[in-house]
Ligand binder design. Structure first.
Ligand code: SF4
Length: 457
């Protein structure tokens, strides 16, 4: 039940499928329930009663490439020589193609096309043959992972710490979650975040850490603060909503404008708009009203679904914007579809001026670490200058936050972050083979390396 609630709290990170593996304490095989859709759609009355045991892991997922289907829903559960093992993976391996080829040559037979399965095959190798925890050194890319075995639960982060993973305490036991907001829902006490490169083993003896990875520079995904994480979560000791308010303040200082109203694009633009309003003195008004029963457009898998969602997702309060000069604050512009429709909507409802302000720098590069920034050629800022984007959107002005301002708002030093989608500086190199493969997947051609995955609990 706790895992189920945890998945509710983390639903924002993945809405295509959900699942839980539970077991332990009764000598019976682990039980699994997975399905496509949101957590309340996947788990019907009676499903949770079947998930008995003294431990569980769960996962909600969105695919950044390829198809979205039940076969690839997590957690995965496999039988190994050392007993059953379940895995939930958040992130994306960049060397999955070569690892998989190597493992297949050594006799591994893969059940899925998802990169997470590679972790299971690596761990299942005999210790003398490169298996066990030491095998994790072979992984490259972004991975925050939870494993459930017959005697323990293991959580670990890649040595760069791209994706968050934190530890909580509840009723004398321990819980792991991608974001601290999951602990609030179940009244667990936040203990700490796992360090990049840390392998945390939780078993009947309590906690112990191992450090099998090479030491690397920290590279937390800065987009967690901008958009991805929930505002009520804390990452690296900094509350996400506060970081967003500060981004809005930075934005107001960097791109001031004379206007009558600051309007957020909900939900992730809300706190940056508040900060913009506070700093500029321009009144804040949430004139866009969100339909809460639709998923996040950014992470929906097809353009057709995205277009539909853009139209039905937000409605505008005409009387609030009519005859006014509006500053619209949003967290990012990816393809431009959503931003353009917002400007059109505002003008149709009588706004006299529309000034677009974005609380991060222009997205110019693809992400290879588990966030769905598409083929760079589809990224508006990769193809156009800011002036051209402004014209395309039909706005009166546009202003992006600088990388320095964005990082300053987090309170952390720049060298602790990945900013690759903004500046092209990739902390983990990707080879052309991977690049070609992932682009082919996005076009539906390739079979390997499907779906970088997100979120675990
Ligand atoms: S490339 Fe961008 S979205 Fe991807 S991990 Fe780095 S900062 Fe985050």
């Amino acid at each position: 039940m706790l895992t189920y609630y945890g998945l509710f709290a983390l639903q924002h990170r993945g809405q295509e499928s959900a699942g839980i593996v539970a077991g332990g304490g009764d000598g019976k095989p682990f039980r699994t329930h997975k399905g496509m859709g949101l957590v309340p759609q996947v788990f019907q009355p009676g499903d949770l009663e079947k998930l008995q045991g003294n431990r569980a892991i769960g996962h909600v997922r969105y695919s950044t490439t390829g198809s979205s289907n039940l076969k690839n829903a997590q957690p995965f559960l496999v039988d190994t020589a050392r007993g059953q093992l379940a895995i939930a993976h958040n992130g994306n391996l960049v060397n999955a193609a070569s690892l998989r080829s190597e493992l297949e040559e050594r006799g591994s037979i893969f059940q899925t096309t998802v990169d997470s399965e590679i972790v299971l095959h690596l761990l299942a190798q005999p210790p003398g043959d490169g298996g066990g925890l030491a095998s994790l050194r072979r992984l490259e890319g972004a991975f925050s992972i939870v494993l459930m075995g017959e005697n323990e639960i293991i959580g670990f982060r890649d040595p760069h710490g791209f994706r968050p993973l934190c530890l909580g305490k509840l009723d004398g036991g321990y819980v792991l979650a991608s974001e601290s907001c999951a602990f609030d829902l179940i009244h667990a006490e936040f203990v700490r975040e796992l360090e990049p490169g840390e392998v945390l083993i939780i078993d009947e003896n309590g906690l112990r850490s191992e450090w099998p990875f090479r030491r690397e520079r920290k590279a937390l995904c800065v987009f967690e603060y901008v958009y991805f994480a929930r505002p009520d979560s804390n990452i690296d000791g900094r509350n996400v909503s506060k970081a967003r308010v500060e981004m809005g303040r930075e934005l107001a200082r960097l791109h001031p404008v004379e206007a009558d109203l600051v309007v957020p694009v909900p939900d992730s633009g809300i706190f940056a708009a508040l900060g913009f309003s506070e700093e500029s003195g321009i009144p804040y008004y949430p004139a866009f009203v969100r339909n809460h029963y639709i998923g996040r457009t950014f992470i929906q898998p097809t353009q057709m679904i995205r277009d539909f969602n853009v139209r039905v997702k937000l409605n505008l309060i005409r009387s609030a914007v009519e005859g006014k000069r509006i500053v619209v604050v949003d967290d990012s512009i990816v393809r431009g579809t959503t931003a353009r429709s917002r400007v059109v909507n505002l003008r149709e409802n009588g706004a006299t001026e529309v000034h677009m302000r974005i609380s991060c720098p222009p997205h110019k590069n693809a992400c290879y670490y588990g966030i769905d920034f598409p083929d760079p050629q589809k990224l508006l800022a990769n193809q156009c200058t800011a002036a051209e984007i402004c014209k395309y959107l039909g706005a009166d002005s546009i202003g992006y936050l600088s990388a320095e301002g964005m990082v300053r708002a987090t309170g952390r030093p720049q060298n602790e972050f990945c900013l690759a989608c903004f500046n092209g500086d990739y902390p983990v190199p990707y080879d052309d083979k991977f690049d070609k493969l992932i682009m082919e997947q996005r076009q539906g051609k390739a079979r390997l390396l499907e779906e970088p995955t997100n979120r675990l609990f």
